[in-house]
Ligand binder design. Sequence first.
Ligand code: OOG
Ligand code: MG
Length: 264
Amino acid sequence: MTGSTKISVVDELFFAEKNAKTIEQFANKIENFSESEAYNIQQLLVDKKIQEEVTEQIGWKLGLTSKAKQQMMGVHEPSYGVLLKNMYLLEGEKHDISPFIHPKLEPELAFVLKKQLSGSPTIEEVIDAIDFVLPAFEIIDSRFERFKFTLLDAIADNSSSSRYILGNRPIKLNANTIHSLGVVYNKNGEKVASTTSGAVMQNPLISIQWLTQKLQERNLSLKPKDLILSGSISEAIEIQSGDFFNASFQELGQISVSFTGGEI
Ligand code: OOG
Ligand code: MG
């Protein structure tokens, strides 16, 4: 892939998000396009956002770590993306949907680290590195038409990341129950999913282990204070203006958000 093709793909993705307009998938059109090229594009895109939007990286998100999400998107392996400070939205508030293209909401667990993690950590090392856990929502929004893409397209698109919302009660990690916390997810007062945290790779801690190993391929590591979203526990649910969502997480508490705007 030539340098100029790479830059034009990065620009297309950047402006698609900025103008809330979709673009066509591209991974299948580029000969020998590889996963590492897709992560190269992601990194260039994130660098551009950090520069143009004057923000900074706060952590990482995992994508496609649950069977529900993999089936929904027709892929069979996880991906990761970068979380920036300016993607944060307040919990319990009403947010305007007009900056988004076709947003969806996912219930997730968020972890904040207190130690570095690198290489191939054991689960005990992952546990030892975690400072606290929070319930979270992720707003995902693909820049691709009809929310359809291959895994490599989605990786380049920073794994469809858009915004994240965090609960406001940090809880110390209970390593004995983190894989089996019941989660009930509601949209406008109706249950849309009832599942457990184990839907994420049997145990969300395994997704942090996977991320650490995966980052090593690019000589990257997880740092103290990094925020990690371990991936949706259920299917992602479409967001429309007027919607109210809440999710209740066993041991961790509730989180809610509502949406407005978007009228033309
Ligand atoms: C890719 C990102 C998925 C998750 O939590 O599984 C994701 C997508 O489905 O658009 O964020
Ligand atoms: Mg997600």
